[in-house]
Design a protein around this ligand. Structure first.
Ligand code: EPZ
Length: 439
């Protein structure tokens, strides 16, 4: 039984789909950061591998988690999400077919294939959805599953996968041509219960991969090489009941770091390891912010007293600058001084937010995968619309540095990954709220 709102397709109500911001307002305060969306989603899929109970804590209350709960419950699991605790009982699996409407709602649903194949020897689903930030093919996912001994059929937008051998999947040596986060997760989930050993060369090294491996080892899996591009998975026969605490969301923390760079002020973010944001925090300092880091205390303090200086950024696989912070950083640079350049090297369609930022007076030119931003202060409030999850958060960042009222529409995108961006930013002193809230 999931106690939180259903998939984005059933967004709670229109009142939650628009945000009103008045700016400019400096930020001041301390907040705790929610659990990581991109860490918890593959862990939830991984729970399918265990014929028992898995408990996750520090789970964010976001639409994508609600969607993954719907998928797990459709497959036969019993889920209970109360507060930040999620209990998944996967003793009974009654289907291996994931309905199209659930898979279409978010990208991460694709890794359910690997987990179902690993547990049941077969799986089928529609093609994954998610943010419109590029073509987002799944060729690497399918190559991984075939390497592990699955027969994969693609017909009319439907994927059917089945282990070729009656005994299930068999370990293999996998060479990823690109360190795809999702394809790395797919390989890990499909190999945990496979026979023999799987070695994944060219694996993604994002912190979320490290967390997934630690979570699975805590369930009885045998995975080593974490933090490197070579992962080794020794297949096991079964896993056991476990509980695991999800780390704080580094991208949410980085978004709020961009917010104070735009609005100025002083904020303290709790619950995220600074080491997971090494490059973004260095970039904030290069833009003129003062950053204090406490690794063991999972604390990041950012102070900004002036208009941000220009930066040159290039996104890439971890540990490079994360593509998920490209739009929020573009937003604060648009309200800065000097000329900045951003190269987006991960998703070909991730400059969509530049259009809405221009409506707020930003001076941004795009040539292919390269954006040039001429800092302009102040931006002006406007009626804008979010086009994707991080782009929507970037509009809130820009609105904090804009003069007057900004109304952001299509905020269901934001609710997929941010528990409550209005709650968080207003706790830091911003004049921001969901439209329709009692004033
Ligand atoms: C994950 O997406 C994250 N999503 C994304 O966060 C994040 O931006 C991305 O990794 C990169 O860090 C989740 O974890 C749920 P990829 P994923 O596979 O797995 C190409 C957010 O805002 N590719 O590493 O889809 C792909 O087109 C979201 O929270 C193939 O060509 O990312 C892209 O150009 C957005 N074939 C590049 O690799 C494939 O089979 C990186 O994609 C798979 C990927």
């Amino acid at each position: 039984m999931s106690v939180i709102a259903k998939c984005p397709a059933k967004c709670a109500s229109d009142a939650f789909c628009r945000i009103q911001v008045f700016g400019p307002t400096p930020l001041e305060g301390e907040i705790s950061i929610q659990g990581s969306k991109n860490a918890v989603l593959p862990m939830m899929a991984a729970a399918l591998l265990h014929k028992g109970v898995t408990v996750l804590t520090n789970v964010p209350v976001i639409q994508d988690v609600a969607c993954m709960v719907d998928i797990l419950e459709w497959l036969g699991c019993r889920c209970c999400h109360k507060g930040d605790c999620l209990v998944i009982d996967a003793r009974q699996i009654k289907s291996t077919r994931v309905p199209k409407e659930y898979v279409a709602a978010m990208r991460c649903s694709i890794v359910v294939l690997g987990a179902l194949l690993g547990r049941m020897g077969e799986a089928s689903s529609g093609y994954p959805g998610g943010c419109l930030i590029g073509a987002r093919p799944i060729d690497l996912h399918l190559e991984v599953l075939k390497s592990l001994g699955a027969c994969v059929k693609e017909e009319d937008g439907w994927l059917e996968a089945r282990a070729a051998e009656a005994g299930g999947l068999r370990g293999a040596e996998i060479h990823l041509s690109y360190p795809s986060v999702g394809a790395t997760e797919q390989a890990i989930l499909a190999s945990v219960l496979a026979k023999e050993v799987t070695v994944i060369h060219g694996a993604a090294m994002e912190p979320e991969i490290d967390q997934l491996c630690r979570f699975l080892n805590n369930m009885g899996a045998v995975i080593c090489g974490m933090g490197t591009e070579h992962l080794m998975v020794q297949g096991v026969d079964s896993l056991h009941d476990s509980s695991f605490q999800v780390e704080g969301d580094r991208i949410v923390a980085g978004t709020y770091g961009a917010a104070v760079a735009a609005a100025r002020g002083h904020i303290v973010l709790k619950g995220v390891r600074p080491s997971q944001l090494r490059i973004p925090l260095t970039m904030l300092e290069r833009a003129g912010a003062r950053v204090r880091r406490e690794e063991e205390g999972r604390t990041i303090e950012v102070t900004m007293g002036k208009a941000p200086w220009a930066l040159d950024l290039k996104t890439g696989p971890y540990p490079a600058f994360p593509t998920d912070l490209q739009s929020p950083f573009m937003a604060f640079l648009a309200a800065g001084q000097g000329v900045s350049h951003i190269e987006e090297k991960v998703f070909e369609g991730r400059f969509a937010t530049a259009g809405a930022l221009r409506q707020m007076g930003a001076r941004i030119t795009i040539e292919g995968q390269r954006a040039t931003i001429q800092g302009t202060r102040p931006l002006r409030g406007a009626q804008v619309a979010a086009s994707d999850l991080r782009g929507g958060a970037a509009l809130a960042v820009a609105a904090l540095a804009a003069e007057g009222e900004t109304v952001i529409g299509e905020c269901r995108h934001i609710r997929r990954g941010y528990e409550d961006i209005c709650r968080d930013l207003s706790a830091l002193g911003a004049r921001i709220k969901w439209m329709g809230e009692d004033s």
